[in-house]
Design a protein around this ligand. Sequence first.
Ligand code: SAM
Length: 347
Amino acid sequence: MVETTPIRFFEHMPSQGELVDRFDRRLTYLRISVTDRCNMRCDYCRPAADAYKAEPHSQILTFEEIERIARLAAEKGVNKIRITGGEPLVRRDMPKLVEKLAAIPGITDLSMTTNATLLAKYADALVQAGLNRINISLDSLNALRFRKLTGAELAPVLEGIQAAKRAGLAPIKLNTVLMRGINAGEGQSEVAELIDFAVEHGATIRFIELMPMKYGMDWDKHYISIDEVLAEPGVSERIDLTAVAENCNTAASYLPLKNASQKVGFITPMSERFCDGCNRLRLTADGHLRSCLPADSELNLRDLMRGSGSDDDILAMFRRSALMKPKIGTYAFDKDSEQRSMIHIGG
Ligand code: SAM
C-alpha cells in the first residue's frame, strides 16, 4: 500500500532534532535505491519477466532530488548512506551521484550494494568520487548454477571483486542468500566453498536467510535457516561455533573463523529478528520513503517535492515516516497484498 495522504496533518510537527521513532530508535541510516532496473534475473528478488515492469524514467528520482533528500536527512542526523537498487551500476553516471553524496556534511559512511557485473568498469571512478565501502552479492561460485539463478555470467562478477580490491574498496563484504536445493542444504551446499573464497580474497562473507516476497521464488521450498546451515559438512571445521556471536549493532551477527582473521556474518530476518537496533529508513527509486522493509507502507516524497514541497515539508514527511516504523517488521507477506518486490523497494 503506497500511502499518498497529504502531509497537512503533520505540518505543525516540530522540524528540529534528530529522526527518532516511537521506540526511541535513532534513524541514522538511509538506504537509497537509485533504480528499479537490474541486469540480473534472480527469482527471489523480482517478479517473473511477464509480471515485471520497471517504472518509467520520469518517475525515478533525479540525482539532484536524491541529493536534496540526502542533505536534509543528514541535517537531521543521518550519517550513513547505502546506494542500492535494482542494480545501481546500470544507472548512468553513478560516480557523479557518489560525488554529490560524499560531499554532504555529516555523511561519514557511504557504501553501495552491487552485483559487481559492472564493477570492473567503475571501481576506480567510484573510489575517486568518495565511495567508502562495497557489498557484493554472490550466491554461487558455480558458473552454471550462477547463470541459472541470475541469468548472468559469473566471470564479470569475479573480475568486479578483483577490481574492487585493487581500487581499495575495503572491507569488501560478500552477501549470499541461502536457498535450499540451490546453494545450501544436503548435496547442494556451497557454504564452505564460499567461506574459503572470501578468505582467499580478504573479504567478509555474510549469509542471509531467504525472505518471502509476494512475487518470485517458492519461499517454502527454498528457505533454510542459518542454524541448519551451520550444521552442514565443512562448516564447523571453518567457523568457531563455540564463540559468542558478535553483534556490532547491525543486522548481521558475526562468528570468528578458525584459520583466518576474518569473521563470518549471519543475517537472520526469518529465524531471529534484529529490529531492536534498527536505525534504517529506505528511499525507493521512485521516491517513496519506507520505514521498514517488510511493512508495506510508504510515503510519496517524490510528488511532494515535485509539487514544490519546501525543505520543512520534506523533513515533516521524514518524521512521519519515522513515526510509522513498526517495533518489529513482520515477514508474513499476504499473497493478495500489493506488496512490492525487492527490486522495486531496493534491497
Ligand atoms: N543489485 C544489487 C545486488 O545484487 O546486490 C543491489 C540490490 S539487491 C536487491 C540487494 C540484496 O538484496 C542482494 O544481496 C540480494 O541478494 C538481496 N535480496 C533480494 N531479494 C531477497 C530475498 N527475497 N531474500 C533475501 N535477500 C534478498
